[in-house]
Design a protein around this ligand. Structure first.
Ligand code: MD3
Ligand code: FE
Length: 217
């Protein structure tokens, strides 16, 4: 029997080669702070509830969204941008919880990005059928800063493309607790999320949530 069968070390489900340079997949990285993370998540979404924003083209997004941190990502008929104020409440977004900040910084560090201090956390809520079409994240000021993504709740299939919309995509299964860091040459790659399948997660019920940590301003 090999050593790995005796040691309690999970096999990486995804190889780094699958996604290429500038990406780090940290399976289960959020599970160590799961309890604190859930408590902080609940406090944020109580103060800034999920809402379905409208794209500049007039389409209601199937993904419900909210934010915490100094800046929040919003879209409406006038465009996509970051704003310090929640347009639904007229108040600043809830502060970034300490457990969010530390998790994002620790994940970035693990991936080789020292001193990552996000000022924005976009929280996406997927219900069955909800999806995110292929897009680039380019509303942030400094593309040298990485983005850290934390998956919670139901599993989903993430699509990872190239620098052109027409480039072929790789499908990546993401489950509760997975953290991915995207930076450097990967920072402007197209990506999206396939329609969520029905299911029940023991903590998060019929939803998938994703936290994306950004240095937006
Ligand atoms: C790859 N959210 O909110 S972040 C988004 O599962 C978004 O909800 C995904 O894409 C979700 O914009 C997870 C994945 C992500 C973010 C930035 C990237 C992947 C990226 C930047 C470059 C390459
Ligand atoms: Fe994105």
């Amino acid at each position: 029997m090999t050593a790995s069968l005796f040691e309690n070390i999970p096999e990486p489900r995804l190889s780094k080669e699958l996604l290429g340079p500038g990406t780090a997949i940290l399976n289960g990285f959020a599970l160590g702070v799961e309890g604190d993370l859930i408590a902080a998540f609940n406090a944020v979404v109580e103060r800034a509830p999920f809402r379905h924003m409208v794209t500049p083209g007039g389409f209601r997004m199937s993904v419900g969204m909210t934010n915490c941190g100094a800046l929040g990502w919003i879209t409406d008929r006038t465009g996509y941008r970051y704003d310090g104020v929640d347009p639904e409440s007229g108040l600043r977004w809830p502060a970034m919880p300490g457990v969010f900040l530390k998790l994002a910084a620790d994940a970035a560090e693990e991936a080789g990005f020292a001193s990552f201090v996000p000022d924005a956390c976009l929280i996406n809520r997927y219900e069955p059928g909800a999806k995110l079409s292929l897009h680039q994240d380019k509303n942030e000021r400094d593309f040298d800063q990485p983005i850290v993504s934390v998956s919670l709740g139901l599993p989903a299939t993430f699509l990872f493309g190239g620098l052109e919309r027409s480039d072929k995509t790789v499908r990546v299964p993401l489950v509760h607790g997975d953290v991915i860091v995207w930076g450097g040459v990967a920072r402007l790659r197209y990506h999206g999320v396939n329609p969520l399948k029905e299911g029940v997660h023991p903590v998060f019920g019929g939803y998938r949530y994703n936290l994306t940590f950004r240095k937006a301003g």
